[in-house]
Design a protein around this ligand. Structure first.
Ligand code: CA
Length: 236
C-alpha cells in the first residue's frame, strides 16, 4: 500500500546539483521535474501542478525571488523551499517575505533537504490541521516558532531544534497510539546516513527533559517496550 508518488519541481541551473538531487529524490520515491530557467519553471508549475517546489535564487533569466512571487500567484499553498548560496539573514528573510516556506543554504545536506521536504509535505497534507501551539502539562510548545516555554514561572522560552519539533509533531498527531521507532526514523530522519534507532531514543530523551515534570518517569512521551513511543496528552 504505497501512496502515489509526489511530484517535485526543481528550478535550478547548476547541472551538478540538478543531477545529484534528481538521483536522491527519485531514490526516495519522488517524481522529479526540472528546469534551469525561472520563467520556464513557472510555466512547468502551471502545467504540471507539482506537490512541492525547490527553487534556486540565482537563475540565469530572472531571480528566484521573482519566480517565487509568480509561483505564489499560481498557488498560495504549494510547499516551496528556496536554495540559496547566500547565508545572510536578509536574503533568508526576503525569501520568506516573498512566500517561501523554508530555505536551505548551499552547500547543503541532501538528507536535510529531504527531511525538510517531508516536513512541509506532511504539513500540507494535514486535513484539519493540528494546532501549532500545544499546551502540555504546564509548558507551551510553539511548533511553528520552534520554541518551548520553560517550566517554573516567567515567560522564558528556549529553542527547539528542527528534529525535536518534527518528532514531537509526529507523536502528537498520533496521540494515544504507539508509533514504532522504525516509522519515526524513516518519517523524520529519512536517509540521514548516521541516524539509527538510537538517534530516535536520544531525541526522545531531549524532548522529555524539556516537556516532562520528571524526565526519568515520563507521563507524556511514554516508551512502548520493544516497539517505540506514544504521546499521552493527559498526565496521570
Ligand atoms: Ca544558480
Amino acid at each position: 500500500m504505497s501512496a502515489p508518488k509526489k511530484t517535485v519541481l526543481l528550478i535550478e541551473d547548476e547541472p551538478q546539483i540538478v543531477m545529484g538531487l534528481r538521483d536522491a529524490l527519485e531514490f526516495e520515491g519522488f517524481h522529479v521535474l526540472s528546469s534551469g530557467k525561472g520563467r520556464e519553471g513557472v510555466a512547468l508549475a502551471r502545467a504540471e501542478s507539482p506537490d512541492l517546489v525547490i527553487l534556486d535564487i540565482m537563475l540565469p533569466d530572472v531571480s528566484g525571488y521573482t519566480v517565487c512571487e509568480e509561483l505564489r500567484r499560481w498557488s498560495s499553498v504549494v510547499p516551496l523551499i528556496m536554495l540559496t548560496a547566500r547565508s545572510q539573514e536578509t536574503d533568508k528573510i526576503r525569501g520568506l517575505d516573498v512566500g517561501a516556506d523554508d530555505y536551505v543554504t548551499k552547500p547543503f545536506s541532501v538528507n536535510e533537504l529531504i527531511a525538510r521536504m517531508r516536513a512541509l509535505l506532511r504539513r500540507a497534507s494535514r486535513q484539519s490541521g493540528a494546532p501549532e501551539v500545544l499546551e502540555i502539562d504546564g509548558v507551551t510548545v510553539n511548533l511553528s516558532a520552534h520554541t518551548i516555554t520553560t517550566r517554573g514561572g516567567g515567560e522564558a522560552t528556549e529553542p527547539l531544534s528542527f528534529f525535536e519539533v518534527e518528532l514531537l509533531r509526529l507523536l502528537v498527531e498520533r496521540a494515544g497510539q504507539a508509533v514504532s521507532r522504525d516509522e519515526i526514523l524513516s518519517k523524520i530522519w529519512g536517509l540521514e546516513p548516521l541516524s539509527t534507532n538510537r538517534t530516535v531514543d536520544n531525541f526522545i530523551v531531549k524532548l522529555r527533559k524539556k516537556i516532562e515534570r520528571s524526565p526519568e518517569k515520563p507521563e507524556h512521551i511514554v516508551t512502548v517496550y520493544g516497539f517505540g513511543y506514544k504521546f499521552v496528552a493527559e498526565s496521570r
